[in-house]
Each structure stands twice: as C-alpha cells, then as structure tokens.
Design a protein around this ligand. Structure first.
Ligand code: SF4
Length: 225
C-alpha cells in the first residue's frame, strides 16, 4: 500500500531525529574556504570532482590568487594549468574568471543572496547557489548532490531523478530548519554507510525507516525460499 503523506512526514521526522542523534546539528562544509568568494570558486571546481581533490588544488590556488580581483584578472591558460587536475578545467577556468569579473565590476565583490541573482553568475547552477545560500547566508536551502539524490530516493522521500524535482519533493517533506542539515548529514551517511557501491544496510541506523532496506530484505527472503 502506498505511504500516505502523513505517514511519510512522520517517517521523515523519525529519520531526521536519528540523523541528528548520530551526526549532531552543527553545520559543516567539506570544502575548505576562508571567504565567501573562495567557497564559490571551490563549489564551481567541485562539479564532477571529489571535495578532497578540490581541497588539494585550492590550497595552492588561493595562495596564488589571494583576492577576487586576482581571479578576475587571471590569464585563462595559466588558470587552466593551475586547475588541470580537476575535470572540465577549461570551462571551469573560463567560468571562474567571468564570474569573478562580474562580482568585482558589478557587485562590489559581494556574493548575491538570492537564487536568481546567484544563478545569473557564470558557472553557477542551482546546486552551487544553494550551497552559497546555506553556508554563507544560512538561508534554508536544500543542496541536491549525488549522495542526496541516491539516498533520498532509497529512503522513499522522492521518486524523481532530476535534482530540481528532488529538491521540491524534499522541501515538501522536510521542515525548513533541516534543509541545510539534510545535505550535510546525507553526505556523511553516503560516504560512510550508504555508499553507492556497497551500502552497509545491516549496520545502518536508518534501516528501520528505509523502504529500500525492506525491499532488499524481502527480495533476499524470496531468493532463499
Ligand atoms: S538501510 Fe541501507 S539503503 Fe537504507 S539508508 Fe541505510 S545503508 Fe542506505
């Protein structure tokens, strides 16, 4: 029988409580940065790349380009070389220069706050904009990355494939005060327990609330009988 909206909301609340108990409620970001614009550059670099690799590259990059103006005035070929170990470095370098130029020339170096303004910057999509809104401005926002997509589907909180649709589904079922935390908690879960290749369901503290676990348990039992 399909789950009612009320039952789904109650289950989501139990999931959030378990996540809070397990991981706490402090905000954290896996990308290293000291200023808002450094976070923006790190997030642009992180598309299709691991946070660990981005952190290795930005450690030197932020020393070489210590200001927003330095990035705005960077030579494209040289910046490409600086970030070549990160995928899609040509378009990322181009976008970083264009984005920083606009921030310096039109926005007094201040990152905008709204989704519309942020996504009007070069290289900034909805996911990047939501990272900035959440981490810098603490505006309730749900970041849908690969972990959030995979695990929100497993937990039965969405059936969608497209990140924007997943975001809207999660907005309906999660209270606003957990929108930012959802991404933080789910990344932690996705890196440690609910990994893409080999989820450790038996040791997962969410297994009682996870329809995917129930489904695979039933399938295993069917195979055995
Ligand atoms: S029970 Fe398994 S599938 Fe469900 S969240 Fe935990 S690890 Fe992921």
């Amino acid at each position: 029988m399909p789950e009612t909206k009320k039952a789904a909301a109650a289950r989501a609340a139990r999931i959030l409580q378990l996540l809070d108990e397990q991981y706490g409620t402090d905000y954290r970001c896996y990308l290293n940065y000291e200023t808002p614009w450094q976070l923006l550059i790190a997030v642009i670099l992180s598309a299709q790349c691991t946070d660990a690799r981005v952190n290795i590259v930005t450690e030197e990059l932020f020393k070489k380009y210590p200001t927003l103006t330095a990035f705005a005035e960077a030579d494209l070929g040289e910046l490409e070389k600086d970030i070549h170990s990160i995928g899609f470095y040509h378009s990322k370098a181009k976008n970083i220069i264009a984005c920083c130029k606009r921030l310096v020339e039109e926005l007094d170096g201040v990152l905008p706050r709204t989704l519309e303004e942020l996504t009007s910057l070069a290289g900034v999509g909805r996911k990047t904009a939501n990272v900035i809104r959440g981490n810098i401005y603490h505006e309730p926002s749900i970041v849908v990355d690969t972990h959030v997509k995979r695990i929100s589907r497993k937990l039965g909180l969405t059936k969608e494939e497209e990140p924007e649709k997943i975001e809207y589904d999660l907005m309906k079922v999660l209270p606003k005060d957990h929108w930012i935390l959802w991404n933080i908690h789910i990344i932690t879960l996705g890196r440690t327990i609910c990994t893409a290749r080999n989820p450790k369901c038996e040791e997962c503290f969410l297994k009682k609330e996870c329809p995917d676990f129930e489904r695979s348990k039933i399938q295993k039992e069917k195979r055995r009988s």
